[in-house]
Design a binder for this molecule. Structure first.
Ligand code: GLN
Length: 483
């Protein structure tokens, strides 16, 4: 069995308080630990759905195969959690929304099919901000997720359930989605590794669309190696997603062992300016020092259009969302208000009752930004900013910079409720992460220590298709900084 499997056994056994042996026992322990995490005032609320029967059947099949001497896949018997905007056939896919309550997809996401083929055991679906819109997982229609390091604080978002589940040791690995930082930001706030591949590296087939030109499925692990292994398993060309590229998948697990000596890492000064918590800055300085000690050339660089990334993102993402979410009309999927009398009434009532406040805000923003007369002023301009942000990165990579290191977030986890009344403050949590989505680049968040007892993350970005480079630098940081 794989090393991940062995470590999974140990971790889960420890957190569930009893020993595990084999895939069946591991999965039972994981499910017991998840149930235990759902009790009392510290209820993590990380999961929306568990599949006990399905998980047990797969685990038994793995145990039988291993006992019979057949080759086990790279994730054989490993319990994996799936963000609830990634379609699964045996469990509902609600996207954390009332409008999809109980909705079961007739097909499965390509990433999920790859996980199954590798022997993974899908234990459940994780809680998230409704339709992946948010930075704290407080926008879920099914209640907020709590940060396992301090249950009065948010886990980040929108993939807060997946990040919290890995951080609490409930599962060794999980899938999330990242449109503007939703894998990296919760990974940072929960003290785990979160990897967002290049746009086009992992099929989006079966990932419920939010901002299609930004969305990517990403992976969570306790270690860089685990997040890299999961990414290697789900990556690859897919005829069902025309934007998915036909390029060989790099050996990411191997990359995590290669070291980073000789690489050039750029430190963009715009990411270390005002608004960065001084203690987070200190952790970044220590991380940069650790890279230098490992033979990495670190030098200051500039990404001059960074300040316009958040405004551009919060035009483009809502614009695409307003179009993608038009399909929830009360007719084709999920919730329908039965009191409606006309077709128009069906749409209005179902959408009014089914969507939460943040989703409605995004739909209104996006519809406005795309409307006649304003299209060029907002959407067109945001796209021009996006082109400049891409060009900023291009010129660094062309000048020999291999990777870029930044903080993942300006500060550690905030308190539940602290930013819910101020959407702009919430949006600013993504100030360092949205650029990778606007430019389509691979990026990872890796723990770089704690600040006031709370985990913080460092972000590594690299050129398109160079997930191997982000993994090398992140693994070097992990080795140097792990206690
Ligand atoms: N927090 C950002 C938003 O609300 C990013 C979300 C995401 O990556 N899915 O749009």
């Amino acid at each position: 069995m794989s090393a991940l499997h062995t470590r999974a056994l140990e971790e889960i056994a420890r957190s569930a308080g009893h020993a595990a042996d084999g895939a069946g026992a591991t999965v039972r322990s994981a499910l017991a630990a998840i149930r235990a995490s759902r009790t009392g005032p510290d209820d993590l609320n990380a999961f929306l759905m568990l599949d006990d029967a399905g998980a047990a059947a797969v685990a038994e099949a793995v145990d039988r195969a291993v006992a019979g001497g057949s080759a086990a896949g790279p994730l054989a018997g490993v319990p994996v959690a799936i963000k609830d905007n990634i379609c699964t056939r045996d469990m509902p896919t609600t996207c954390g929304s009332r409008i999809l309550e109980g909705y079961v997809s007739p097909f499965e996401a390509t990433a999920v099919r790859h996980l199954r083929a590798a022997g993974a055991v899908l234990v459940g679906k994780t809680n998230m901000d409704e339709f992946a819109m948010g930075s704290s997982t407080e926008n879920s229609a099914y209640g907020p997720v709590r940060n396992p390091h301090d249950t009065t604080r948010v886990p980040g978002g929108s993939s807060g359930g997946s990040a919290a589940a890995v951080a609490a040791g409930l599962v060794p690995a999980a899938l999330g989605s990242d449109t503007g930082g939703s894998v990296r930001q919760p990974a940072a706030l929960c003290g785990v590794v979160g990897l967002k591949p290049t746009w086009g590296r992992v099929s989006r087939y079966g990932l419920v669309a939010f901002g299609s030109s930004l969305d990517q499925i990403g992976t969570f692990g306790k270690t860089v190696r685990d997040a890299a292994l999961l990414c290697e398993v789900i990556a690859g060309n897919d005829p069902r997603d025309a934007t998915c590229v036909d390029l060989p998948v790099p050996a990411l697990t191997h990359a995590s062992t290669m070291g980073a000596a000789g690489l050039t890492v750029g430190l963009p000064r715009e990411y270390f300016g005002d608004g960065l918590d001084p203690d987070v800055r200190a952790r970044c300085t220590a991380a940069i020092e650790a890279l230098r000690e490992q033979g990495v050339n670190c030098r200051e660089v500039s990404l001059p259009h960074t300040a316009w990334a958040i405004p551009a993102y919060y035009v483009i993402a809502p614009a695409e969302a307003s179009s993608n979410l038009a399909r929830y009309d009360g007719v084709r999927y999920g919730l329908r208000d039965e009191r409606a009398e006309t077709a128009r009434d069906v749409y209005t009532r179902s959408r009014s009752a089914g969507f939460g406040a943040e989703v409605k805000r995004r739909i209104m923003l996006g519809t406005f930004a795309l409307s006649a007369g304003y299209h060029d002023q907002f959407y067109g301009r945001a796209q021009r900013v996006r082109a400049r942000i891409r060009a900023d990165f291009r010129s660094l990579f062309d000048a020999g910079v291999d990777a870029i290191f930044t903080p993942t977030t300006p500060a550690p986890a905030f308190r539940l409720g602290e930013k819910t009344l101020d959407p702009v403050q919430m949006y600013l949590s993504d100030v360092y992460t949205v650029t990778a989505n606007l430019a389509g680049l691979p990026a990872v968040s890796v723990p770089i220590g704690t600040v006031r007892g709370l985990p913080v993350g460092g972000q590594v970005m690299a050129d398109h298709w160079r997930e191997d480079t982000v993994v090398r630098v992140a693994a070097a940081l992990e080795r140097a900084l792990s206690p």
